[in-house]
Write a protein that binds this ligand. Sequence first.
Ligand code: AKG
Ligand code: FE2
Length: 155
Amino acid sequence: MTCLEGRAMVGNYYPYCPQPDLTVGLTSHSDPGVLTVLLQDHMGGLQVKCGEGWVDVKPVPGALVINVGDFLQIISNGEYQSVAHRVLANSSREPRVAIAVFFNSSRREDSYGPLPELVSPLKPALYRQFTLSEFMQRFFQKGLDGKALLNHFEL
Ligand SMILES: O=C(O)CCC(=O)C(=O)O
Ligand SMILES: [Fe+2]
């Protein structure tokens, strides 16, 4: 499996929000793919879920944020856990910009599931087999909703 053909780059632009207490910039979600590489500017606002709370991912000049996605959680049979994250509404007059590159498989009709090397009698498969077509269809159906995508593939 290679993730280079399936990569996609997205630019996120968060304009000034006059009522930041009433909304969010980007709803809680986990990225569906394998890995995400994210470059955020100096504004801040990105948070990751930690237990029941949220922790700020403070911008560090020149640093990239790497997110584990749901697909990696599944093929690693839960060894790597995807991370729920969100972006607060931007209360500052200056807009916030973040560039994300999502790494995904591109072979839509292949069958995926936990890698055989990571399945054993002691650690049975936690997820069923599926195609990338089904996976992405379910992602787009559910909208951004925490880590809910994984529920469809659990055994
Ligand atoms: O704007 C950010 O910092 C995060 C963007 C993000 O989570 C996404 O594009 O999936
Ligand atoms: Fe994301």
